[in-house]
Design a protein around this ligand. Structure first.
Ligand code: ZN
Length: 283
């Protein structure tokens, strides 16, 4: 599946990588059930703790006219549909000039090897963490699943992240390190958004006065617009995440950004409104 739209002078394409489901309880396992049910009721969401919520994986591609820039690279090809979605959009993996990495999770960097002619653009901080504190970067993810999944799965997760660290170390001159706010192409830059991981970033895209905010994994459900403390199973640093959510939502509402979320329902594009001090999810 793919969806193409225009942002100023840029042509953007949302590429779907996967469409799965998880129950409300599986998504927010650490949140008190009574609290969750109360907020679900107040929000008018047609959900119970057992309701299967969709969990989509989406990748954004920006064609600036000069360059084709992918933000993240999806799952390893065997696990997702990204290459098929790309083919449907008439684009070859070898056409991709640049891959920006928002964070080093498997559903964001698993497909990197498919884009062997692309520059890999990472924030300097993220590059340093992956190369200098590899064990810490593995642990901040794996600890989320200890006691939740079988030990063998934990070992596979750790091995996957260790492999990514090796990939980063071996990129040589293909890696381009940038600072937050530094343009990687006209109007396109990383924005620090820590919490999901300590090096997690958002991306700002601006063209001819039109603005898009790619929030990656900062939030995934409308309930989190009100309750930033409702973190999900996959989030490493809940307190930091709540602050990040607030600042991204404030920015999106104040500056009327089109907002893209990696795990929103395809095509994963919303706007954020604000009414009587409360954020509104607007499709
Ligand atoms: Zn993700």
């Amino acid at each position: 599946m793919h969806h193409t739209f225009t942002l100023g002078n840029y042509t953007c394409t949302v590429l779907n990588d996967f469409a799965r489901t998880r129950s409300v309880k599986q998504t927010f396992p650490q949140i008190d059930e009574a609290e969750l049910l109360k907020e679900i009721g107040l929000g008018g969401y047609d959900l119970t703790l057992e309701t299967e919520m969709s969990l989509h994986g989406n990748v954004l591609l920006i064609d600036t006219g000069d360059q084709k820039i992918m933000i993240d690279s999806g799952l390893p090809p065997a696990g997702g549909q990204l290459l098929q979605s790309l083919a449907e959009a008439g684009i070859q993996p070898s056409d991709i000039d640049m891959v920006m990495v928002t964070h080093g999770d498997g559903d964001h960097i698993g497909g990197l090897a498919s884009y062997s002619s692309a520059k890999i653009v990472m924030p300097t901080n993220s590059y340093k963490l992956w190369t200098e504190d590899t064990a810490g970067m593995i642990e901040e993810f794996v600890k989320l699943f200890r006691g939740v999944v079988p030990d063998q799965d934990l070992e596979n997760m750790a091995a996957g992240r260790a492999k990514y660290a090796e990939v980063v170390k071996s990129l040589g001159d293909r890696v381009v390190m940038v600072e937050m706010g530094e343009e990687v192409a006209p109007g396109i830059s990383f924005l620090a958004a820590p919490g999901h991981r300590r090096d997690h970033t958002a991306v700002v895209v601006e063209s001819a006065g039109n603005k898009l905010l790619h929030v990656a994994d900062a939030w995934r459900h409308p309930i989190q617009l009100k309750r930033h403390d409702f973190y999900c199973l996959f989030d490493s640093y809940p307190d930091q995440l709540a602050k990040t959510m607030e600042s991204l939502l404030e920015k999106a509402a104040a500056e009327d950004f089109l907002v893209f979320g990696a795990h929103f329902d395809f095509p994963a594009l919303i706007r954020i409104g604000k009414e009587n001090g409360a954020f509104k999810w607007m499709v």
